[in-house]
Design a protein around this ligand. Sequence first.
Ligand SMILES: Cc1cc2nc3c(=O)[nH]c(=O)nc-3n(C[C@H](O)[C@H](O)[C@H](O)COP(=O)(O)OP(=O)(O)OC[C@H]3O[C@@H](n4cnc5c(N)ncnc54)[C@H](O)[C@@H]3O)c2cc1C
Length: 458
Amino acid sequence: MTKRIVIIGGGPTGLGAAWRCVERGHENWVLLEAADTLGGLASSVVDDNGFTWDLGGHVLFSHYEYFDSLMDDLLADTWNQHVREAWVWMRERFIPYPFQNNLWRLPDDEVAACVDGLLETLLEPATEEPANFEEWIFNSFGRGVAEVFMIPYNSKVWAYPPARLSKTWMGDRVASVDVRRVVNNVLRRQDDVGWGPNATFRFPQRGGTGAIWNTLASRLPGNKVLTGQRVTGIDTSRRVVTTQAGDEFPFDSVVSTMPLDELLTRVTPDHGLDESADRFLWSSSHIVGVGVDGPTPDALSTKCWMYFPEDEIPFYRATVFSNYSQWNVSQPGQQWSLMCEVSESIHRPVDADSIAQACVTGLRRSGLLQADHEVCSLWHRRLPKGYPTPFLDRDATLDAVEPALRERGIYTRGRFGGWKYEVSNQDHSLMQGVEYIDHLLEGTPELTWFDPVTVNRR
Ligand SMILES: Cc1cc2nc3c(=O)[nH]c(=O)nc-3n(C[C@H](O)[C@H](O)[C@H](O)COP(=O)(O)OP(=O)(O)OC[C@H]3O[C@@H](n4cnc5c(N)ncnc54)[C@H](O)[C@@H]3O)c2cc1C
């Protein structure tokens, strides 16, 4: 008899696993998705006013030929190609990204502090290994850049103090600060942008990022993809997965993409696994979509996204979402749109009732929205789990629970299933599903979850 595979979750990881079964001609599988729709965090919605929104600014990167070919095949010639153009907005001005290459745009005293700190990292490099992400930032960039940008920005995006984050998720990435280049740019007061002709990304012409995953889902046999089926239990003695509706699905192997902390409380017998559940840290995300009447202002017409490190502005990033596709607005050419992202945790509480309006105020304050810009649509979604925090003892925790689950036939993979932020984008996620199936059916190693450094070096 062939292996009975149960796939929990219909986001990119689960869809990748299902698609790989189809490709390999393996028919004994079922996908159980709690929601009524597929795509998970990579889905898109159309608001009441006809504006399309992703659940956060999704930019498609790829570390895999397999992923590239699949994307080519899925949407063929209905992709838009974009040159990445990222900026930082602070001190009431735009600074091209990467920040450290464009220090000259800062006020003079901050330029001096940043250059001084960078020189210090060269003249007196740290001798001890950094113990956490905050120390890594100080060692890599020096005090000036750390205090002016890196610490405030990272505190905002992660919603935890950087000292509470490990630095292992950075892999062997060395911060690329070319001090000679930085100083040269300051002295010449010249911009040095990080995007060149090759820094491009693609985006679906219609339907937002979700179009990718809806198209993939449409190629799966409908009778094996069950929506509205929330998994509530996995009995590893009887080898059955149970859903809220009371249905049971027997399995030889399960790939679970539900958040790992939740999974640990649903496995029986638990063998103490659930004791690890409350070690996991995450942040929630608020996505606020702002539709505006009129043409895109010239100052924003080529910009993709902007980082906001200052606390006076509630969001850490704003994307000119209508620049990704004209069909992201209801009346192309006559409207444009901005999407703001705000992170929340116990360290950074967010008032869900007022955050949308606070974002509009922040957009006006930063000049992205001018006085004559009329907001015609305001959309807000809170994602209870947005970012899987790389907390300090994450790796030790994962090294304890992952093998214990695997021994019981449960592979926990994907953004919150695998809980490795460094391999939690769409390409990584889909490939974790694909690699799981290949491993199960052919015994090939799963590279992405086990060796993020090698994958991300590609
Ligand atoms: C704010 C934000 C910005 C992002 N930006 C980018 C980007 O720029 N580029 C990029 O490539 N990626 C980006 N991502 C990441 C991208 O969304 C993820 O890579 C991808 O969605 C992860 O897929 P997944 O299948 O692992 O998880 P998910 O998408 O979370 O899917 C998991 C699925 O499991 C279902 N589920 C949960 N519990 C159960 C249960 N008990 N029973 C049944 N089903 C269940 C959920 O409903 C969900 O559909 C971003 C994500 C966020 C939140």
